[in-house]
Write a protein that binds this ligand. Sequence first.
Ligand code: ADP
Length: 190
Amino acid sequence: MLNIILFGPPGAGKGTQSDRLIKKYNLVHFSTGDILRGEIKKQSKLGLEAKKNIDKGELVPDSVVISMISEKIDENKTAKGFIFDGFPRTTPQAEALDKLLAEKGTEINVMLALEVEKDELVKRLLNRGKDSGRTDDQDISIIENRIKVYLSETAPLTEYYARQGKFYGVEGIGTVDEIFEKLTFVTDKF
Ligand code: ADP
């Protein structure tokens, strides 16, 4: 299996690059953000609870996203590999993911981290908010909080994967093609 974590701050371009990676390697894509937005649309109990966190730019509780991912992994027994987009976002999530994959006899091969500076992220998110209608992309204070939470809770995960020799940082500036080429330069080796 080829199991990739596509990592980076909000607005780094994870979704765009995931779409291309899943096509190239025939992987199953799990985006916790997309799954949560699906639950909000359905107005499920989980979705309505999660919306309260999302609309403040906070993280949804670990237990919620971990059980979502666990379920998805179970549903995809014959997958060639997974791409995790927006997950894990905290150390307990990373530990849970390692455990879930170990139970399946597999592991994360690589964390690809898209690196983009803050001013560019804010610009991209506000732009995306205009087209996507995502309310968490339309308010500067929500965006600022998401970036703050990213820096304090999520960015330390680069160390977690670096310790396992799995961290690769890639500059997330340039055309979509240029960035994709840099990512596949790494993933082609697996
Ligand atoms: P982005 O990376 O652009 O912020 P996402 O779609 O990945 O967008 O996430 C949107 C929101 O969903 C996050 O701000 C957070 O509230 C929630 N969320 C998504 N994934 C997770 C996760 N793994 N853990 C906790 N909360 C999450």
